[in-house]
Design a protein around this ligand. Structure first.
Ligand SMILES: [Ca+2]
Length: 634
């Protein structure tokens, strides 16, 4: 009898496995009625929230799409995989699988509709192993034959609240393709738009905020439609539903920043009656448990009682292998398109600690794609005309803090930097969080501190992915992190930085050059830079040295940048193009070279991710020099 019961329970658990439905919204902070946003009009998601557990402390690992999705599909931090830049083509090792493949092997029917954006040269493998169907037709309704008997895992990614719709497309296109789906009475009034203190209160800003919320309302309608389909098909009782977004809103100071506005996301999980024993609390309740995207893959495996591979870095927050809650979440921002950057963050329930490794570069650095949105031009122009208030300058000012500490309870907008506060609780938080962050970067073998060109070179030399290079110590970790600490360091003096240029270590030279970028150079520095620009050094070193010389009106610098534009390696050209863009009017003698390179890379059909960013950068640079460039996005 006992044996029978045991067999029966095995059979039942095999036969009655829940379906999993993932609804992923794009680019959206918790701008939803159920998260207390009274300007939002989101009745479908608000209803879902009443039937779900609502997570108040869910965070993306990266504040932009592709690194974030790279982590979501593997359960490994993008900074560990070497996929932290948007976008990049580094491979990941074969033993790291896209985790939906484990569900597929366990008998699930899996679909993705339709964005992947896994951000790796191994994307094709990840897609093939993950999905029975990956297309805009992918749907549980399109199962046939034997697949109808299988439980499903279906992902629907809704583009409606993506930055393209909320701020980049021409307004008329947004009206035609998005706003027209709302009845007139649901269209948001700019007059009533809530303007957070970090934005100037202008008609363009209000219009963009209203537009963003219109997109969210249409996304809500789409979500409602999917949930109704589940009901109509009699599947709601068999399906656990996740609703979340892939990072913060696609508006200035949200997406791309490792502040709460870029990292905090909504997360609702609905457990039907049949599976309520798997829920951490009653339907309609909230939890403040800290959860990160890196936890999502092991959590679904744990819910379905499937093994969790050792290489996954997250902590399951549901199911048979649920762990104690994490105490901190971690996040990273690196190059996005043509905008180089390196920012890391750690957050507990209360404090957010942010480390900007390039503090002399504005949060609002030029970006071709984002600058297509008129709200960006508005903020940039007001900053240039000195019309912004202090609260708006954290984002739009020319520099940003090297370190920042925010008390998110008292300061939900992360505006009051407590890093110099004498209060002991603040000092303790700073010490603990900065230590936590450093340990995390070391333990997870953060790849962000190596120039991409360096990683490609090592990858070819050892025939290994960045993940393997770091694991096998072909690249080490603490040395570039230490070197990067020099940028903006109050004790880093010019002589020490120049001394590092003479070291036979490209990583020390690289970070010393970036550190010199934030200082006032003197004539006596130029010889050291000329030495570093010599052709015995790697191109990324030579380009960074040339940029500093060009900025300081030394003609050899500009000459080398012009020459480098003609290189055939896209990463090398992108670095030179961005250098020319950032030196602004001083790039004028390079106009002809810039046109040639822009035309060449715009016509490139090699399929890599970098060529587009080269012409993005060169078009912006040329337009700033007064050249007539079509689609310059200014
Ligand atoms: Ca996104």
């Amino acid at each position: 009898m006992l044996l029978f019961v045991s067999l029966l329970s095995t059979w039942l658990s095999g036969a009655e496995r829940p379906n999993i439905l993932w609804i992923t919204a794009e680019d959206m902070s918790p701008a939803l009625g159920c998260y207390g946003d009274s300007y939002a009009s989101t009745p479908n998601i608000d209803k879902l929230s009443k039937e779900s557990i609502r997570y108040t402390h869910a965070f993306a690992t990266n504040p932009v799409c592709s690194p974030s999705r790279s982590c979501l599909i593997t359960g490994v931090y993008a900074t560990t995989l070497g996929t932290q830049h948007l976008r990049a083509d580094f491979p990941i090792p074969d033993f790291i699988k896209a985790w939906p493949s484990f569900l597929r092997v366990a008998g699930y029917y899996t679909t993705n509709n339709v964005k992947t954006d896994y951000n790796t040269g191994s994307a094709k493998r990840l897609i093939e192993e993950s999905w029975n169907v990956n297309s805009d037709q992918a749907h549980w309704r399109n199962r046939k034959g034997q697949d109808l008997k299988k439980p499903f895992f279906c992902v629907f990614n809704d583009m409606t609240s993506h930055q393209s719709r909320t701020m980049v497309w021409p307004y008329e296109k947004f009206q035609k393709e998005v706003q027209s789906q709302l009845p007139a009475k649901r269209i948001h009034s700019p007059v009533k738009a809530p303007v957070p203190p970090y934005y100037p209160d202008t008609p363009i800003v209000r219009k963009t905020i209203a537009r963003f919320y219109d997109c969210v309302s249409v996304m809500d309608q789409n979500t409602g439609k999917l949930l109704r389909q589940l009901e109509e098909d009699g599947l709601a009782e068999d399906t656990i539903v996740f609703f979340y977004s892939d990072h913060g809103s696609g508006l200035p100071r949200h997406k791309r920043l490792t502040l709460d506005s870029g990292l905090r996301v909504p997360l609702l999980i609905r457990f039907p009656e049949k599976y309520k024993h798997l829920a951490p609390a009653k339907a309609g309740s909230t939890t403040d448990r800290l959860v990160s995207f890196v936890d999502f893959p092991p959590t679904v495996l744990s819910l379905l009682n499937l093994p969790i591979p050792n290489y996954m870095q997250g902590r399951p927050f549901l199911g048979s292998k649920k762990t104690t809650p994490r105490t901190h979440i971690y996040a990273a921002r690196d190059r996005v398109d043509e905008a180089y950057d390196l920012t890391r963050a750690v957050r507990d329930h209360r404090y957010l600690y942010v480390r900007n490794y390039l503090p002399h570069i504005s949060y609002n650095q030029p970006s071709f794609y984002s600058d297509l949105g008129e709200i960006r031009g508005e903020i940039t122009n007001l900053e240039r005309n000195k019309k912004l208030k202090p609260a708006q300058l954290l984002y739009a000012g020319p520099t940003r803090p090297r370190e920042a500490l925010y008390d998110t309870l008292k300061d939900p907008y992360n505006q009051n930097n407590l890093i110099l506060s004498k209060e002991s609780t603040h000092q303790k938080a700073r010490k603990l969080l900065s230590m936590k962050l450093l340990s995390w970067m070391k333990e997870t073998r953060d790849q962000g501190f190596y120039p991409e060109e360096y990683v490609w070179e090592k990858s070819a030399q050892h025939n290994a992915s960045p993940y393997e290079l770091a694991r096998d110590n072909h690249i080490t970790n603490s040395s570039p992190i230490k070197a990067a600490d020099l940028v903006g360091h109050p004790d880093a003096n010019l002589d020490d930085l120049l001394g590092l240029l003479g070291k036979d270590d490209p990583l020390q030279q690289y970070w010393a050059l970036l550190a010199l970028g934030g200082t006032n150079l003197c004539e006596s520095c130029y010889d050291d830079l000329r030495y570093t620009m010599g052709d015995e050094h790697p191109n990324y070193i030579r380009t960074e040295a040339a940029k500093l010389l060009a900025e300081n009106d030394q003609p050899e610098g500009l000459a080398l940048l012009r020459k480098t534009l003609g290189h055939n390696d896209p990463d090398t050209v992108l670095r030179a193009a961005r250098a020319l863009e950032l030196i602004g009017l001083k790039a004028r003698p390079a106009i002809t070279d810039m046109h040639i390179a822009r035309d060449q890379w715009k016509a490139d059909k090699s399929g890599g991710s970098i060529p587009m960013f080269i012409w993005f950068s060169l078009e912006k640079a040329l337009a700033r020099l007064g050249e007539n460039v079509e689609n310059a996005g200014l």
